[in-house]
Design a protein around this ligand. Structure first.
Ligand code: E4P
Length: 226
């Protein structure tokens, strides 16, 4: 399982990158807005993330609405840094944009994926990454992990001929809320989990680990004070 961090916050990215566990970063318009960033600073902000990540794939989402605009914005974003991945929402307009960008070697992360047919179409259109969402199903009382499993099983049945040399398309488990989302995604063979920093920290901690640390410290104190 590769870990991406799901944030546009530079400090969170720096700290997570220092752990030596990161394989990439995903951002989206909401995550950039959360940083308080301004429109004029968006591209510079994405470049800063690319510099912090030193070559790791960084997904920057296009907000274009037509195929032509997606292609133009995708080329502009890809030109910002060699590790930029262009994020497009799965829709009728983004499929031809993905196809055109992939043909020019631009890596596309097809996002807002909620079904196997969406994922299969994204893979066939040349997406380098496909992002099925888990948590938003749970938010409406559906079973996000069951939905993820249909996407993983369907996509991984086939080769698609665009990114085979890089092992793509890779499935990025998105909309992750808990360590169990990471566990289950790994057990079903999803390639990547993109995890918000809070959830990533929760992946490090376990109550029994914390309890054990306290006991070791208390017992070692007796040794020191012997
Ligand atoms: C990642 O690429 C997605 O944009 C992100 O995981 C969505 O998470 P959310 O459902 O918590 O907004």
């Amino acid at each position: 399982m590769k870990f991406f961090i799901d944030t546009a916050d530079l400090d969170e990215i720096r700290e997570a990158a220092s752990w030596g566990v990161l394989s990439g970063v995903t951002t989206n318009p909401s995550l950039y807005a959360k940083t308080g960033g301004k429109l004029a600073d968006f591209e510079d902000h994405m470049v800063k993330i690319c510099e912090i990540c030193d070559g790791l794939p960084v997904s920057a989402e296009s907000t274009a609405e037509t195929t032509e605009e997606m292609i133009a914005e995708g080329k502009r974003l890809a030109a910002l840094a060699p590790n930029i991945v262009v994020k497009l929402p799965i829709c009728e307009e983004s499929l031809p944009a993905c196809h055109a960008l992939a043909a020019e070697g631009v890596r596309v992360n097809m996002t807002l994926v909620f079904s196997a047919p969406q994922a299969l179409l994204a893979a066939r259109a040349g997406a380098r990454y496909i992002s099925p969402f888990v948590g938003r199903f749970d938010d409406i009382g559906d079973d996000g992990l069951a939905q993820l499993e249909t996407v993983v099983n369907a996509v991984q049945n086939y080769d698609y001929g665009y990114w085979d040399a890089e092992g793509g398309p890779e499935i990025i488990t998105a909309s992750v809320r808990t360590p169990n989302h990471v566990t289950q995604a790994a057990l079903m063979g999803a390639d990547i989990a993109t995890v918000p920093f809070g959830a990533l920290k929760n992946c490090v901690h376990h109550p029994l680990t914390d309890q054990g640390l306290e006991k070791f410290a208390a017992d070692w104190k007796k040794v020191v004070e012997g």
